[in-house]
Design a protein around this ligand. Structure first.
Ligand SMILES: C[S@@+](CC[C@H](N)C(=O)[O-])C[C@H]1O[C@@H](n2cnc3c(N)ncnc32)[C@H](O)[C@@H]1O
Length: 273
């Protein structure tokens, strides 16, 4: 990959998603772009870069972000967050529900990838808050991955670490041509909504604030000013006393913010702020 091609792709990806591709990502970019060269019948990377500059390249720009962004995720990733939610956050928040006149507990999975995070939250709420109204929003920049999240069909292997009772209660097993696949049951699916959102562009159309936001394993791809902007945006969407969960490798120590750090990778908007 030539320097000018890498710089062009790097600039476009930053402008579109704010994902910051360092020089160490050159090899990765080159491998991932191979797929797009084949899909668009571009004989060389130079041709592909020209295609991206042509009028009507909008759809291909989306495909570019899709192949560059890393969608790796799994059910109950970073279990400590789900334990904290069950033992501390949900009891504190449900106790406030009536006084605050919140219509329901609202949780946002703000870089949801293929939905495992949002459905893990849903399973936790269905299990521990059977009588409380709740709703989950999942958003991501990738249209392709959002389609998978809405379908909610997963390989059985992805659930191998889940207790049998969770699989039985919350998933349907496929048979015939769907053998080896599981699908989240409709009762959960209908309480989780997925929509497209670039976290750094425009304002999300949510009307209600959130009691909990999961924004995990996406900030690592952003530079420091972008991380700071993102945390300010998320903070505005939290109720006072609401919680923000970030990935365990994503500390907020080097950026300015107004949140209280209460556990590793768990932050709280101060009450009264
Ligand atoms: C590694 S996955 C994290 C999934 C899940 N939160 C977890 O921790 O398992 C990162 C996700 O962030 C999404 N993403 C990257 N840049 C984004 C942006 N600017 N706005 C919204 N989503 C973005 C990617 O498409 C990808 O699905």
């Amino acid at each position: 990959m030539r320097d000018n091609e890498f710089e062009f792709i790097r600039g476009l990806v930053y402008e579109r998603s704010r994902i910051n591709l360092g020089q160490d990502k050159r090899e990765l970019v080159s491998t991932r772009l191979g797929k797009r060269l084949r899909a668009t019948n571009s004989p060389s990377l130079g041709d592909y870069c020209r295609l991206l500059q042509s009028p009507g390249a909008e759809e291909e720009l989306g495909n570019l972000i899709d192949v560059i962004s890393t969608n790796h995720t799994f059910f109950f990733r970073e279990q400590a967050h789900f334990d904290f939610m069950r033992d501390t956050a949900l009891p504190a928040l449900t106790a406030r529900l009536r006084n605050e006149r919140w219509p329901r507990i609202q949780i946002w999975s703000a870089a949801s990838s293929s939905g495992e995070e949002a459905y893990s939250i849903a399973i936790t709420l269905a299990t521990h808050l059977p009588q409380t109204p709740w709703h989950i929003e999942g958003t991501d920049i990738s249209h392709r991955i959002l389609a998978a999240a809405k379908r909610a069909v997963y390989n059985e292997d992805t659930a191998r670490n889940l207790p049998d009772s969770v699989v039985r209660n919350h998933f349907q097993r496929g048979f015939g041509p769907q053998e080896g696949q599981i699908r989240v049951r409709p009762a959960l699916r209908e309480r989780v909504n997925f929509s497209h959102l670039n976290l750094l562009k425009g304002e999300p159309a949510f009307r209600e604030p959130f009691q909990i936001i999961f924004c995990r394993n996406v900030m690592i791809y952003f530079d420091r000013p972008t991380q700071q902007e993102l945390i300010a945006r998320l903070t505005r969407r939290l109720v006072p006393g609401g919680y923000l969960f970030v990935g365990h490798s994503e500390s907020l120590t080097s950026i300015n913010h107004t949140l209280c750090s209460i556990r590793p990778a768990i932050y709280q908007r101060p009450l009264g702020s």
